[in-house]
Design a protein around this ligand. Structure first.
Ligand code: SF4
Length: 459
């Protein structure tokens, strides 16, 4: 096995802007410094390398990038589906902030609930933080004194600190853990879930639709039986009521003659109908968040449009948040409110969908847009030469540099972090590129990414 002893310490810092944006509004999912690595005998592959983003209730967040950029590993990390030799690394935090879920979990799993106000009353946060292997930059802070204890605990350092067993998953941050009904603030730490809490979260609160519906459906059970199993597991609905509900779900996703079709097997459904059935299964659990991993890639264009329309209808009628993963910029433009562009395990640009498409900043995003047929009428279709590198070492430079038409010397020496594209801009449009902020000199921009300011304009 590759040595992994200090991999958690070598991540690039999430920016202060990330830390700020993570709490700036009422996100239902708040991903901070997520790192997922696969350990092989030869190397450590850092498939997701310190990404941060959030998803608000009822919005669609797109994750786009080429194959190998880490999109699907991000989705699987959120669902707790990373298997050996991979794992989500200490220092990562994925927070589920729905308060109804926090209260329910605190009530059902009191031994796995940590009251941070109690911890803070007992321990000195700065002293405890100093005894971990973490750096304040990993949490988006420059000063150790400003790192909240809740961040240290949620990111998995509790064992190291000797505070608890390390199995906790619910963090209450207002000192009201004794009475679940009184809890006002807190979150469920998805990256620390296991056992029954994980089963309840996966499917019950967050559901996933995969690219190939055949891998999600069991060929030896009827479609109806598979939906009924989800209803039994997560809603406790059985018997005739479950059959009725399964047929209604199939009807809701546009399956004609649903009461008959509910008794058919997956091989009797067309590709588009199978994907609709998988979406019906996901909805059976009434999730607040739906993760769609390339759900239309295996379908022809007409069916693809129908499935996208269906997802839009579902979002409007059920108010679910959707994380939509695809390599297709056209699809992302159709479905997303906000977009995160991934490259080699990192988020390289993040913005609302209109500014991202009208005024893309990162050279990789520009390259992706210029390679869409018809995007620039009258111009020759561009390609991005080369392929996505395997991120098998800590990033000490820009991973896009070997393919970037704008690269300059510092790009091979300084690792860019996501920062606002304008010097005094908001954190709602960020780029991990040394050309930004673009309203300061390149030397100043490089310095803001953590590199030395040594003059010279690389443009
Ligand atoms: S940091 Fe340099 S190499 Fe990387 S995207 Fe920006 S200009 Fe290109």
């Amino acid at each position: 096995m590759a040595a992994d002893g200090d991999i958690e310490r070598t991540v690039e810092p999430s920016s202060a802007a990330d830390a700020g944006s993570a709490t700036a509004h009422d996100a239902i999912i708040d991903v901070r410094n997520l790192q997922t690595a696969f350990f092989t005998e030869k190397e450590t592959i850092r498939a997701v390398d310190g990404i941060s983003f959030d998803i608000d209730p009822g919005e669609t967040v797109g994750i786009v990038g080429e194959s190998g950029s880490g999109k699907s590993v991000t989705a699987r990390s959120l669902m707790g589906l990373i298997e050996s030799p991979g794992r989500v690394l200490r220092g990562s935090s994925v927070r589920y902030r729905d308060m109804d879920t926090v209260r329910t979990f605190a009530d059902e799993f009191p031994k796995r609930t940590v009251d941070v106000a109690d911890l803070e009353a007992t321990y000195d946060a700065e002293e405890l933080f100093a005894s971990t292997a973490a750096t304040p930059q990993e949490f988006g802070y420059a000063d150790p004194a400003s790192v909240p204890l809740v961040d240290v605990a949620a990111a998995g350092y509790t064992d190291e600190l000797g505070l608890t067993s390390g199995n906790e998953c619910v963090f209450v941050t207002d000192g009201s853990a004794d009475s679940a009904a009184g809890i006002q603030r807190g979150f469920v730490e998805i990256s620390r879930l296991s056992g029954e809490p994980q089963r309840k979260m996966r499917g019950g609160r967050i559901a996933m639709v995969f690219q190939d519906p055949l891998t999600s459906l069991n060929p030896v059970y009827t479609v109806g039986n598979q939906i009924k199993e989800a209803l039994r597991q997560h809603q406790g609905i059985r018997g005739k009521a479950a059959t009725q509900e399964a047929a209604e779900l199939l009807e809701a996703v546009g399956i004609p003659d649903a009461s008959r079709r509910v008794n058919e097997y997956p091989h009797q459904f067309s590709g588009g109908m199978r994907q609709r059935a998988v979406i019906a299964m996901a909805l059976a659990c009434e999730p607040e968040v739906l993760i769609c991993d390339e759900p239309t890639t295996a379908l022809d264009v007409t069916i693809q449009a129908q499935i996208l329309d269906l997802l839009a209808e579902i979002q409007e009628s059920r108010d679910v948040a959707i994380m939509f993963i695809t390599h297709d910029m056209g699809v992302i433009a159709d479905v997303s409110d906000r977009v995160n562009v991934m490259y080699a395990g990192e988020v390289v640009e993040s913005a609302d969908v209109v500014p991202l498409f009208e005024d893309p900043k990162h050279p990789y995003t520009r390259g992706l847009l210029e390679s869409i047929p018809g995007h620039q009428s009258g111009k020759k279709l561009s390609t991005i030469e080369g392929s996505v590198p395997t991120p098998n070492e800590p990033a000490t430079y820009c991973r896009f540099a070997p393919r970037c038409p704008k690269s300059f010397d510092e790009c091979h020496e300084v690792h860019p972090v996501p920062i606002p594209v304008e010097a005094d801009g908001e954190a709602d449009h960020t780029a991990a590129c040394l050309l930004y902020p673009d309203d300061v000199s390149t030397a100043e921009a490089v310095a803001r990414h953590g590199g030395r300011s040594h003059g010279g304009d690389g443009e």
